[in-house]
Design a protein around this ligand. Structure first.
Ligand SMILES: N[C@@H](CCC(=O)N[C@@H](CS)C(=O)NCC(=O)O)C(=O)O
Length: 216
């Protein structure tokens, strides 16, 4: 049975689809409409108790949390598609270090900035709180200064090879540029790294599908 992704073309789902494409794993998207509140229905909450997108059903195995899903896919298909999860002990530890950077240094301020300038006006008909936006961008800028230092010494966040940790940054990193901030583009090593990631065929396909789904 083909792996089913319950979601829509939003950031956490994009992360999972990008990894499925990199690994060459067929999938079927089962649309869940956030606008209609389908992610808060009792039926959905039974599978994803936090009422967030996405979850997957892989032949009866249900899993939520986008990064856990990506990790599961990379572990299940080690010899298929792009290698994204190092098996060597130390390289694997460096992958977890890099993944932790995304979760603890990048995601918080990146999501906060995107909520203000993208989600609020586009989906919730609310005004951006510019003060909150500027604070999030200032916080993220400080983190990206450290990223720039790291990426000045190596090609990817975990070393010389791409891993899931790099891919985890794509959804919100892409939106940071779209909401009008140059904090990625003005840091040379971060810019070089992010441009290369965003130009991967997998991500280009995700963006095309997203634009198609939203009629952009
Ligand atoms: N940590 C979760 C976050 C999922 C998440 O924030 N999903 C958003 C869409 S990108 C969502 O469902 N938002 C609706 C809500 O939280 O009610 C994951 O990575 O899967």
């Amino acid at each position: 049975m083909v792996l089913k992704v319950y979601g829509d073309w939003v950031q956490s789902v994009q992360r999972v689809i990008c990894v499925l494409i990199e690994k060459g794993v067929p999938y079927e998207m089962v649309p869940i409409s956030m606008a209609k509140g389908e992610h808060k229905s009792p039926q959905y909450l039974e599978k994803q108790p936090f009422g967030q997108l996405p979850y997957i059903d892989d032949d009866g195995f249900v899993l939520y949390e986008s990064r856990a899903i990506c990790h599961y896919i990379a572990l299940k298909y080690p010899d298929q598609g792009t290698p994204l999860l190092p098996t060597d002990l130390k390289e694997n530890a460096l992958f977890h270090q890099a993944a932790s950077l995304e979760a603890t240094h990048f995601d918080g301020p990146a999501v906060a900035a995107v909520v203000e300038r993208f989600y609020k006006p586009r989906y919730f008909h609310l005004e951006t709180n510019e003060e909150l936006y500027e604070k999030a961008i200032a916080d993220l800028s400080k983190e990206l200064d450290v990223y720039d230092h790291i990426l000045g010494k190596q090609k990817y966040l975990a070393g010389e090879k791409i891993t899931l940790a790099d891919i985890y940054h794509l959804p919100y990193g892409t939106l940071i540029g779209e909401i009008g901030s140059d904090i990625i583009a003005t840091r040379p090593n971060v810019n070089r790294w992010f441009k290369e990631l965003a130009s991967r065929d997998s991500w280009k396909t995700v963006i095309q599908e997203t634009n198609k789904a939203w009629g952009v």
